[in-house]
Design a protein around this ligand. Structure first.
Ligand SMILES: [Zn+2]
Length: 136
């Protein structure tokens, strides 16, 4: 299970809308207690691919975010990216590139821009399973 604050969801949707027509991406940090992840901090990173179909996080920004996460005594919980015109589920490429089974892979679909859809997935052994996402 992964828990978001409502304001985080609003910020995420706004950030991904602003990034259109391209995919947006970033990192999620927070705490993990008994397997329940609570997001407390979102790092909005540049998609250096500037593409509507894939993303690569800026390595320098990623490094800075990880260092801040450590300094704040938080954990890296997962990452997010948007799908400007496809559903909120991992593409074949997303599954192929998923490297850490402990991370949550959060995907925001803007297929319907006025009603974005957000889902979280655990990806291991090339299989993506939807995880419960709770908004508080
Ligand atoms: Zn994707």
């Amino acid at each position: 299970m992964i828990i978001f604050k409502e304001e985080h969801i609003k910020d995420l949707f706004a950030y991904c809308r602003n990034g259109l027509p391209n995919e947006s991406c970033g990192l999620l940090a927070g705490t993990i207690t008994d397997g329940v992840k609570t997001v407390t901090q979102i790092y909005y990173l540049k998609n250096i691919d500037e593409s509507p179909e894939h993303f690569s996080m800026d390595v320098k920004e990623q490094f800075q975010a990880i260092s801040q996460i450590r300094k704040s005594n938080l954990e890296l919980i997962g990452n997010f990216h948007s799908h400007p015109s496809t559903p909120s589920r991992p593409s074949k490429e997303d599954i192929r590139l998923a490297f850490d089974p402990k991370l949550s892979y959060v995907i925001i679909s803007l297929q319907d821009k006025d009603n974005p859809v957000i889902n979280s997935f655990n990806i291991k052994e090339k299989t993506a399973d939807i995880d419960q996402l709770v908004v508080e």
